[in-house]
Design a protein. Structure first.
Length: 239
């Protein structure tokens, strides 16, 4: 007998390999906008540092997604003293081109599809819950052929709330028919959004942790900690 009737899956770096797509999309940007100041890997590090800071501010409810769209490349372009740093229209053009690349280079993480098919075959319902941008999330689910596995898809940019905020989880539970919280497990790679949000809402949490990073007392504490998606079975069933 399985413990959970619903699994809520984060997408980026849980089922979809965002990191790989992000590097490829960024390299396309450098070519498209003819940027050759320094090593591409170093330039990506500059961009990614500012990008992560903005996503953290979003999760802390300090900025909006519209501001993130504008600021993510403004920060980078300022770092390399590029002329576009003072032009909001061009910054948004960088963003739009980057998002095209994110969709273009999207791939699923190993074992994702067999896992989802096995879960569905055992009567477990699935939902996708993502702090993503609406111009990319559903197109990527379609491209990777993941879309049809989910009974519900909740995108923060579409509803106005992001994980870990309780309103995101209240909305999700409305979408999935208000099951008992004990029947629901959230799986994600982010302690700050997926695990903290699930803990605050009162559902069980599973940290997808392929790099086997340590958890300190300052982190949100997941109920389960897995390094491979196939290990999720040990969380779902009592053997």
């Amino acid at each position: 007998m399985h413990r959970y009737n619903w699994i809520l899956f984060d997408l980026d770096n849980t089922l979809i390999d965002f990191s790989k797509a992000s590097v490829s999309a960024f390299n396309d940007l450098l070519t498209h906008f003819r940027v050759d100041e320094g090593d591409a890997a170093y330039l990506y590090q500059l961009f990614n540092k500012g990008n992560k800071q903005l996503w953290q501010q979003l999760e802390e409810n300090k900025i909006s997604l519209d501001l993130l769209r504008l600021e993510r490349f403004k920060l980078f372009l300022n770092e390399i003293t590029h002329p576009s740093a003072n032009d909001p229209a061009l910054q948004l053009e960088w963003h739009a081109k980057y998002m095209e690349g994110i969709i273009k280079y999207t791939t699923v993480i190993a074992d994702t599809i067999p896992l989802l098919e096995s879960l569905l075959s055992r009567g477990i319902k699935l939902a996708a819950v993502t702090n993503g941008l609406k111009e990319a999330q559903r197109p990527r689910l379609i491209k990777t052929k993941l879309y049809h596995y989910f009974d519900a898809i909740v995108v923060s940019d579409e509803i106005g709330y992001a994980k870990p905020h309780l309103d995101f989880f209240h909305h999700t539970f409305q979408e999935i028919g208000q099951p008992q919280k004990s029947e629901v497990l959230i799986v994600g790679d982010s302690l700050a959004s997926d695990i903290a949000g699930g803990n605050q809402f009162g559902i069980d949490t599973c940290w997808y942790n392929p790099k086997q990073n340590p958890i300190t007392k300052e982190h949100a504490q997941p109920k389960y900690n897995i390094s491979k998606l196939e290990e999720l079975w040990e969380c779902i069933y009592t053997f």
